[in-house]
Ligand binder design. Structure first.
Ligand code: F6R
Length: 608
């Protein structure tokens, strides 16, 4: 995730910026840069790669003298990782410089308008729009220019800004992307995250949405977007650096689970426009979409599970046949890809060796490949014919949570788009689906906030030997992921079964006290599922049910029930997975496992 640091004070800014950015390295980034006002003009150095490169290029900051500066570590979103896309970004005459976290959703529209007015863009980023927009509105009053661009920009942003002709000031502003500021000994500092400032201060001001900060060496003023001054109270931070890196959460996995509402919103919101789904990066006309005869989804692990969910969604909603395969199987089975088959590969890292090989195999067989990828500029993103990014931000915990949730959203969006174009969903149905999608972030948050109930339940099963997950349809796909989350981080043996398969062998494993987690979110399958639950219950299983609010009928067959809020039948995975992620997490920490780095696993599987 991108990181911001800014400093104005009596000390040299560059070493403080480099030091602050180094405290944000753990968040993941692909390029870095700093800009410092040298007494006459703004100097800037930026480069692709590690912070070490920047440190060497600037001799630890020595070659950028000056006491006002901004710095940035970039996690690519718009535009690949490169020197020119790295932040900071200048306006046309290098007199305004900007660092930015977040996504300017209407940047293409703004860019076109600015280009018409003669502005030239040197990068592919959305951030450069901010620098030129500031230039456009700037008439000697920085605060006014900042408020004006805030009225024009849609999306999320935390910004650090320096105006060359106001060199004793540093500006910062935020909307839906975190930003803090603090007084230090002999200066003031801004940062996107607490770890960057801990060495300099423990008293920070959390900037709220649409608030602006104007700082000098010794003053700090806060304003609303209407330029009204605001009073703010500082907050004392007691976290040590370890806790600060995790935003105060005990583990990255928990932090990332809590980032799911944002990952979901960031993935759908740029693609919902005026009641329609617009996926520009698909590069497909309605005619192209209508010509698709079959979808072949290929992925590994959790990404494969999102593929299975989407099979049910695509087939039911868009009436399009879908085949889902594990990349490691697909690549060696001489697959048949008939004309009209769209191959979709799904990958968080974009580097998974089997998925990449499956992509290449598909292209060799003449198919067009759409990548659903989280890491911008990764191998899969580069090689796929088209890329639809999930905007989950970097995932640090090995077990995926927020990228998984973002993948589901990307797949729902595609299914909705295809269904609409193919005439399987009408405008009013689309309106309802979009309404339900927009409700998901708050519903996920609510489920996360009920974590205490799941923790108490998990604590009873710390010594479990085998846990089975069962479900039908989409609930089977949810079960697969719930089971993987549990086993990969807690090392408890677990399997997921299509509930109807129990009788064909698995049921012999059920004995007194075996935990069976039953997922039932599909109304038309409630009865069948309840019968399966009764079957295992009568053989001594303890049955945990995850079901929709109001399905009290389930209580006659379950020993413990977790209810999820109401949504449509297609999106239930996004909600039902939350208690299952929490269940795996709490079992694992109860057993003393290293949840963020489970044994034998790597975040990115770049070898076979
Ligand atoms: C499980 C998990 C893995 C990945 C799989 C694919 O929590 O993270 O199963 O989903 O290794 O990785 P990507 O999505 O990077 O291709």
């Amino acid at each position: 995730m991108c990181g911001i640091v800014g400093y104005i004070g009596n000390k040299q800014a560059a070493p403080i910026l480099l030091d602050g950015l180094s405290k944000l390295e753990y968040r993941g980034y692909d390029s870095a840069g700093i800009a410092v006002y040298n007494g006459e003009k703004i100097d800037m150095v930026k480069s692709k790669g590690r912070l070490k490169v920047l440190d060497e290029l600037t001799h630890g900051g020595e070659t950028l003298p000056g006491t006002v500066g901004i710095g940035h570590t970039r996690w690519a979103t718009h535009g690949s990782p490169s020197d020119k896309n790295a932040h900071p970004h200048f306006n046309k005459d290098n007199s305004i410089v900007v660092v930015h976290n977040g996504i300017i959703e209407n940047y293409l529209k703004l860019k076109k308008k600015l280009e018409k007015k003669g502005y030239k863009f040197v990068s592919e980023t959305d951030t450069e729009v901010v620098a030129h927009l500031l230039d456009y509105y700037y008439n000697g009053n920085p605060l006014q220019a900042v408020t004006k661009i805030m009225h024009r920009m849609e999306g999320s942003y935390a910004l650090g800004i320096i105006f060359q002709d106001h060199p004793d000031e540093l500006y910062a502003v935020r909307k839906d992307s975190p930003l803090i500021v603090g007084h230090t000994d002999g200066g003031n500092i801004i940062a996107s995250d607490v770890p960057a400032v801990l060495k300099y201060t423990r008293n920070v001001f959390f900037i709220e949405n649409e608030e602006i900060v104007r700082m000098t060496r010794d003053t700090m003023e806060f304003f609303t977007v209407d330029e009204e001054p605001i009073e703010k109270e500082s907050v004392k931070i007691d976290w040590d650096i370890n806790a600060a890196e995790k935003g105060g959460y005990e583990h990255f996995m928990l932090k990332e689970m809590y980032e799911q509402p944002k990952a979901i919103t960031d993935t759908f919101s740029p693609r919902l426009k005026d009641g329609n789904i617009v996926i520009e990066e698909l590069n497909m006309s309605d005619e192209d979409i209508k010509a698709i005869k079959k979808i072949m989804i290929v992925a590994c692990g959790s990404a494969y599970h999102t593929g299975i969910t989407s099979k049910y969604v695509f087939e039911d909603m868009a009436r399009l046949p879908v085949e889902v395969d594990l990349a490691s199987e697909f690549r060696y089975r001489r697959p048949i890809l008939e004309e009209g088959t769209l191959v979709i590969v799904i990958s968080q890292s974009g580097e998974t060796a089997d998925t990449l090989a499956a992509l290449r195999e598909s292209q060799e067989l003449g198919a067009k490949v759409l990548g659903i990828v989280n890491v911008v500029g990764s191998s899969i993103a580069r090689e796929a014919d088209n890329v639809m990014y999930t905007w989950a931000g970097p995932e640090i915990a090995v077990a995926t949570t927020k990228a998984y949730s973002a993948q589901l959203i990307a797949l729902y969006l595609l299914a909705m788009k295809f269904a609409y174009v193919r005439g399987m969903v009408d405008a009013s149905e689309m309106e309802e689906l979009i309404r339900d999608m927009k409700a998901l972030p708050a519903q996920v948050e609510m489920l996360l906030n009920n974590k205490g109930k799941i923790q108490r339940f998990a604590n009873r099963y710390l010594a479990a030997k085998d846990v089975f997950f069962i479900g039908r349809g989409i609930d089977y796909a949810i079960s697969l992921e719930g089971s993987l989350k549990l086993k990969e981080i807690s090392y408890i043996h677990s399997e997921a079964y299509a509930a109807g398969e129990l009788k064909h062998g698995t049921i012999s494993l059920i004995e007194e006290g075996t935990l069976v987690a039953a997922v039932l979110t599909q109304r038309d399958l409630y009865k069948k599922m309840i019968s399966n639950m009764v079957e295992v219950g009568t053989r001594g299983a303890f049955v945990l049910a995850v079901t929709n609010e109001g399905n009290v009928e389930v209580e006659r067959a379950a020993d413990y029930v977790i209810y999820i809020p109401e949504t449509n039948k297609y999106f239930t995975n996004s909600l039902a997975i939350i208690p299952l992620q929490l269940f795996g997490y709490y079992i694992a920490i109860g057993r003393g496992c290293d949840v963020d780095k489970p044994r034998n696993l790597a975040k990115s599987v770049t070898v076979e």
